[in-house]
Design a protein around this ligand. Structure first.
Ligand SMILES: Cc1cc2nc3c(=O)[nH]c(=O)nc-3n(C[C@H](O)[C@H](O)[C@H](O)COP(=O)(O)O)c2cc1C
Length: 139
């Protein structure tokens, strides 16, 4: 669901988000991803509705980025407050909220710092199992 307008956005962010996410009030639009288990498959007692909501979010983030827009997915919110404020039915879970906003040009120093920041990634060998669980050797 979409939340627009200063008043509605302020009500939601002030009412359900921690201090660290109050900056979301600056966005012109909040996208609230809701999902209901009954709308999706459950296979081998694994409900896939949250997984599929995640795929939706990924596509949304990629599309927004491609359009030059800014997102900031957030899951730290009080779900029952979000549901109360937005009048979302009981059977839905609120999976994630992201603002959709126009980029603000960072100052030169900020941009340079971001580019130079060291990025650490786990080595693929640390997280891959080959053929049998626990085997770290490629076959
Ligand atoms: C599933 C998910 C949930 C997140 N939840 C929060 C959140 O509740 N609050 C927050 O400030 N950042 C949260 N983040 C991190 C930010 O959305 C963002 O990805 C991170 O700050 C990196 O930003 P950048 O990609 O613009 O560098 C979350 C990220 C993901 C992927």
């Amino acid at each position: 669901m979409l939340v627009q307008g200063d008043e509605a956005i302020d009500e939601l962010v002030l009412g359900a988000f921690p201090d660290s996410n109050q900056v979301m009030k600056e966005a012109p639009l909040l996208i609230v991803i809701c999902a209901r288990q009954d709308d999706d498959l459950t296979v081998g007692r694994k409900p896939y509705y949250l997984f599929d909501a995640g795929l939706t979010v990924e596509n949304l983030l990629l599309a927004a980025t491609d359009l030059g827009l800014v997102t900031h997915p957030a899951l730290r919110f009080d779900e029952s407050e979000v549901k109360k404020i937005l009048e979302i039915p009981r059977e839905y879970r609120v999976v994630l909220v992201t603002p959709l906003a126009y980029p603000v040009e960072p100052s030169y120093d900020e941009a340079a710092e971001e580019r130079l920041r060291e990025r650490t990634r786990k080595d693929l060998g640390e997280i891959t199992h080959y053929g049998k669980w626990g085997s770290r050797k490629p076959v």
